[in-house]
Design a protein around this ligand. Structure first.
Ligand code: IMP
Length: 176
């Protein structure tokens, strides 16, 4: 599908300030706990990198990968695990780090799989919430921004694997 980069939705300073606020909240809530960040690749990698470096408490990190889109913007019927967590979650305080919650299917599926490993707690930190697209109810304990129903890229998010490196979040527009 021909497309072009559209206007900026969330500029760099706004992202930076919000990530710092989220990190402060996580640092406060998880003080004295056994915090394990699970970063959902690839989209949450940059968010995880900034958020984790702004934490003021000890934590460990691991990575999982899910495939939810088959090409550019066409969702798969069922999200698939392409990389599972490499550490035990049993008895840990797990915080899932996601780039965006759209329909809610990916994170619901992921939470179900992780819950089966008996963590002490399991919460979600999502940078973006496309709330009006939700099909399944998902609590987002730490939410960066609620955004409208537009396809966005940058700060880790892609369109056909492009634009992840942009420091801001921008719309993608179809052309033609
Ligand atoms: P869900 O299962 O519909 O909630 O989709 C979640 C996943 O879809 C996210 O982790 C992203 O990988 C992808 N996604 C959904 N909306 C966007 C978007 O606007 N830009 C980039 N990726 C998106």
């Amino acid at each position: 599908m021909p497309h072009r980069l559209g206007s900026v939705l969330i500029p760099v300073p706004k992202i930076r300030d919000r990530v710092e606020e989220l990190a402060a909240a996580v640092s406060r809530d998880y003080a004295g706990k056994d915090l394990l960040l699970i970063c959902v690749l690839k989209g949450a990698a940059i968010f995880w990198a900034d958020l984790s470096r702004a934490l003021t408490i000890p934590c460990q990190s691991d990575f999982v990968a899910m495939e939810s889109y088959s090409g550019a913007t066409l969702p798969l019927a069922e999200p698939r695990f392409t990389k599972a967590a490499g550490v035990s979650l049993e008895g840990r305080d797990v915080l899932l780090i996601e780039d965006i919650v759209d329909t809610g299917h990916t994170v619901t599926h992921l939470k179900k799989s992780l819950q089966a490993q008996a963590p002490r707690s399991l919460a979600l930190c999502g940078l973006l919430d496309k709330a009006e697209r939700r099909q399944v109810e998902v609590p987002i304990e730490y939410c960066g921004f609620v955004i409208p129903n537009v396809f966005v890229v940058g700060y880790g998010l892609d369109y056909a694997q492009q634009y992840r490196h942009l420091p801001y979040i921008a719309r993608v527009e179809e052309v033609g």
